[in-house]
Design a protein around this ligand. Structure first.
Ligand SMILES: Nc1ncnc2c1ncn2[C@@H]1O[C@H](COP(=O)(O)OP(=O)(O)OP(=O)(O)O)[C@@H](O)[C@H]1O
Length: 275
């Protein structure tokens, strides 16, 4: 499966001549992986995700299963990569179903499973059902709640069954049950052989669902690996500036508990390079 992996090497992404994220190199990401991208506000998570989606200026190597995404046309990329933005614009005069059909048609003929004979409306309805919002299929987007809009946005990203799925804070507007449902769906989509990269602020959700966690700090990759390796009190102090504990709950999953703001001395001792 390594041939189908996503390779990110010395990757940079930014806006109008200014790099926000630089020098990101990760171990190859195999199909089946759910990677959580975490880090403080303004660390560059969304910018990195947009760079992976080809939506902002990038430099460096970005290869998916032998396809050089960095050099691929927008049309080729659209067939391979699905992107769910942080916020879906409200003022779109479409129903939820129409918006997902629109997302499907925008990539028509590009996705590997296109032309399977099913009508676009049926595929869109299936995507809405998978995301738990089939019930609002005929509702205009502007009449949906924030959480419902987020789930419709997720349906727009998954409807073409892309090999690489990039989700920017897909749980930020959701209650705990729906957070759980979306993360379970993300994990299922990964287990079907896709690569799913999810930006999250909730480190507990990342620990529960992701196979790997990548931590971004000030536009650089701070650390990357399995939750038990990455989520440590030292990382919490260095990256987030908080004093915290990482404990295993009775069900075996990791819990991140924040006790307060780290003292400057505690932060500095964790991060001599910053002195
Ligand atoms: N369109 C843009 N043009 C110029 N700079 C931008 C643009 N979008 C974001 N930035 C800057 O890039 C930096 C990183 O922003 P980004 O949204 O990638 O961070 P983030 O880690 O996703 O943050 P958050 O957790 O707050 O959503 C910020 O300093 C931000 O001001």
């Amino acid at each position: 499966m390594t041939g189908a992996a996503l390779r990110i090497e010395d990757f940079a992404a930014g806006y109008r001549g200014r790099d926000i994220v630089t020098g990101v190199t990760m171990a190859p990401i195999a199909p089946g992986t759910l990677l959580a991208l975490v880090g403080p506000n303004a660390a560059g998570k969304s910018t990195l995700l947009k760079g992976l989606a080809g939506l902002v200026r990038t430099r460096g190597r970005l290869v998916l299963g032998g396809v050089d995404l960095a050099a691929a046309s927008a049309a080729r990329r659209a067939g391979l990569v699905g992107f769910m933005p942080q916020a879906l614009p409200r003022a779109i005069r479409l129903t939820a179903l129409e918006s997902v059909v629109g997302a499907l048609k925008a990539g028509a003929g590009l996705a590997p499973d296109d032309g399977d004979g099913r009508a676009p409306e049926r595929r869109a309805a299936e995507a809405l059902e998978r995301c738990g919002v089939l019930g609002v299929a005929m509702t205009p987007l502007e009449a949906l709640s924030g959480g419902q809009r987020q789930l419709v946005s997720l349906a727009q990203a998954v409807v073409r069954a892309p090999r690489l799925l990039l989700l920017d804070e897909p749980t930020s507007a959701l209650d705990p049950r729906h957070q759980n449902a979306v993360m379970t769906l993300a994990r299922d989509l990964a287990s079907e052989g896709r690569i799913v990269v999810v930006v999250l602020h909730d480190l507990g959700l990342a620990a529960r669902f992701a196979n790997r966690i990548a931590v971004l700090r000030a536009g650089r990759l701070h650390s990357e690996g399995p939750a038990a390796m990455v989520l440590t009190p030292a990382m919490l102090a260095e990256v987030y500036g908080v004093e915290g504990r990482v404990e295993r709950c009775s069900r075996g999953t990791l819990q991140v508990l924040v006790d307060g703001v780290a003292t400057p001395a505690a932060q500095a001792s964790q991060n001599p390079a910053a002195m």
